[in-house]
Design a protein around this ligand. Structure first.
Ligand code: RUB
Length: 328
């Protein structure tokens, strides 16, 4: 029988799905927060019931957005520790404590990671730099803000990022800091590239081969940067690295509703025009200069080393077993 989860958990899942909570880091923290809510409010009497409730919440949250690897990794962080505690034979209160502790630890580490990336990343920014950014990444913004607060006179070109215009959020946040910002349409990225010193973006996922998944259009911008010989930096926490890609799995690219591109009822639909709305694309490692993580700055080719360090304790078999466990 399916457990009735707290209302707030459905609300969080819905907010992630319809992008009121967005950006890979915030998505992961919100999902883990939801697991903490389930753990704290569970009325389960038996350990099995408690684990089942947590499992149901995990599956609900996992289905909200498919591309941000931070989401399954955040959920895995809590559920793996819960599973170990269950194997140890802990009772409901013991399991609750472990789950809440793991959740809080993930959120704390995640916030700490962003601060550290800001420190490492800002060292790559020079006084007088003009930096092109795409979409809205909290991590990329924190790098730019840190550089600015350190006294570097930077300016930013923000691509507006159709169809949801996250570039406007970036422009708002940076402008409120006092940073000079120019907003451009996505199609103007190559036009401006020669006036730019660097490109900086966040990530939704990083694959074992160093390819980076980020907002649709990032790979075109990176291609233009490559053509103009401009460095491309990606600022991302290591929990956005995808362990499944070590086993050759591909990252799923989310396809969002057509009405984000063309409003419902538009004449073009009647004419039979199809609309496609992939939310992310893949930038190959050869167009990426460096990936800035909380563990240090690495070339994209070293992504596998990060994955082995973070997830090396799981053999391929273990990982599959665990994956099945959380996707049940
Ligand atoms: C957001 C996006 C961001 C990454 C990183 O896409 O592509 O660049 O998620 O964000 P969406 P952060 O708006 O569709 O969620 O650095 O904040 O984790």
């Amino acid at each position: 029988m399916e457990a009735k989860l707290p209302k707030r958990v459905y609300e969080i899942a819905e907010a992630i799905r319809d992008m009121r909570i967005r950006g890979a880091g915030k998505i992961a923290r919100a999902a883990v927060e939801a697991l903490i809510i389930v753990a704290e409010s569970s009325k389960a009497q038996k350990a099995e019931e408690f684990v089942q409730e947590m499992d149901e919440a995990a599956s609900l949250l996992l289905q909200t957005r498919p591309t941000a690897v931070s989401l399954p990794n955040g959920i895995r962080y809590v559920m793996h520790r819960l599973r170990l505690a269950h194997e140890e034979g802990l009772d409901v209160d013991g399991l609750r404590e472990r789950a809440v502790q793991a959740g809080r630890e993930f959120i704390r580490n995640s916030i700490e990671a962003v601060k550290r990336i800001a420190e490492y990343g800002s060292r790559l920014i020079e006084d007088g730099d003009t930096i092109l950014t795409y979409c809205h990444s909290t991590v990329a913004v924190s790098v730019l803000t840190k550089a600015w607060r350190d006294g570097k006179q930077i300016s930013v070109i923000s691509a507006e990022t159709r169809p949801k215009y996250q570039g406007r959020i970036t422009a708002t946040v940076l402008r409120r800091e006092g940073i000079p910002v120019t907003l451009i349409v996505d199609g103007a990225v190559r036009y401006f590239m020669r006036r730019v010193d660097k490109m900086l973006v966040g990530a939704d996922a990083v694959a074992a081969n160093g390819a980076v998944v980020n907002k649709i259009g990032t790979s075109l911008a990176a291609l233009a940067a490559h053509e103009s010989g401009r460095p491309v930096f990606v600022a991302t926490e290591t929990y956005k690295f995808s362990p499944e890609t070590m086993l050759g799995e591909l990252i799923v690219i989310e396809e969002r509703p057509a009405d984000e591109v063309l409003p419902e009822g538009h004449e073009l639909y009647r004419l039979g025009v199809k609309v496609r709305n992939p939310a992310f694309d893949i930038t190959p490692p050869q167009y990426i200069t460096l990936i800035i993580t909380e563990k240090g700055v690495i070339p994209p080719q070293a992504a596998i080393a990060i994955l082995q360090r973070e997830f090396g304790w799981m053999s391929a078999r273990e990982l599959y077993k665990y994956q099945t466990y959380i996707q049940k």
